[in-house]
Design a protein around this ligand. Structure first.
Ligand SMILES: [Zn+2]
Ligand SMILES: [Zn+2]
Length: 296
């Protein structure tokens, strides 16, 4: 039951994270699309403005032409009509040439606008998801997966402990029952039964002692050692020398007496193997993990 609820909560958390990753990608894609749309619109506006500009230029040119023609009319009344009229003719031909040029340009721009208008913004096909965008979330996911595995192992260990204890209890009860049926007669059978009973009982006691030791070590590790900071982890090359795994992405990390850093669960194995916190030694420098002093 514990296992099932643990799995459910874990799956929910994983789902949340995965959704967040998807959302982030979606948002990035939408942003990219919006940006390209804006660029597209800006480009279109540019061409439109060019057309408008061309029209303005054309208007200005037309005004200039009427101005020069009226000028010529005015000058016709004057004395130096020949010179001015010839000059006016020149300006008129200049303006018409310019107008033609403008018209040509406008036509070119219009076709350009038409082509830009006909090509749709094709961002969805060109959008490439950036993996660095969700690196932190993926690391979080990985760390969560790992911590979930540790939790599962812890639950399994607890179940195993109780099952083993139950097995020993059943064995003891069985021998007691046989003895009761058989009644105490001080024969060889009684001796064999007694030996079996003793071994079953001592095995059960050993299991209980191991379990208590395990729980005590887990509690002591939290209380006795401070959490390693980023500087300590970087100094160790972000590598736990017991499991060769990364320390920044998975689980809690503890700094022992000598200054070396290990995963909490890796350190627990070391202490368990040494049977007690006092005799446990640092795997790297052989100093006592408790205070960093030399064991000899
Ligand atoms: Zn480790
Ligand atoms: Zn050390």
């Amino acid at each position: 039951h514990i296992h099932v609820s643990l799995d459910q909560t874990h799956e929910q958390q994983v789902q949340q994270l995965e959704e967040e990753i998807l959302q982030r990608h979606q948002r990035a894609r939408e942003e990219a699309e919006a940006r390209s749309m804006q660029q597209h619109a800006a480009a279109r506006r540019q061409t439109n403005e060019d057309v408008d500009e061309a029209r303005q230029w054309e208007q200005a040119a037309a005004e200039g032409m009427t101005a020069t023609t009226s000028n010529r009319d005015d000058d016709d009344d004057g004395d130096m009509d020949d010179d001015e009229s010839s000059h006016g003719d020149n300006s008129v031909t200049g303006v018409t040439a310019r107008q033609q040029q403008e018209q040509q340009q406008r036509r070119q721009r219009a076709t350009a606008t038409a082509t830009t208008r006909t090509t749709p913004p094709s961002t969805s096909s060109t959008y490439i998801p950036d993996p660095s965008l969700t690196t932190d979330l993926e690391q979080q996911l990985e760390a969560m997966e790992l911590s979930h595995q540790y939790k599962r192992v812890a639950v399994l260990e607890r179940i195993l402990f109780w099952l083993e204890l139950l097995q020993h209890a059943v064995t003891i009860a069985h021998f007691c029952h046989v003895w009761k049926l058989h009644s105490l007669q001080f024969t060889l059978i009684d001796g064999v039964l007694l030996i079996h009973l003793h071994s079953a009982f001592s095995a059960a006691m050993k299991k209980i002692a191991e379990r208590r030791n395990y729980l005590r070590i887990a509690r002591d590790l939290d209380g006795l050692f401070e959490d390693a900071n980023d500087v300590d982890m970087r100094k160790a090359g972000d590598l736990c020398c017991i499991c060769l795994g990364s320390m920044t992405t998975s689980g809690s990390v503890k700094k022992v007496g000598c200054g070396h850093v290990y995963h909490t669960h890796c350190l627990r194995e070391v202490v368990e193997r040494a049977r007690s916190m006092e005799t446990a030694q640092c795997p790297l420098c052989r100093a006592r993990v408790l205070d960093g002093s030399s064991p000899n």
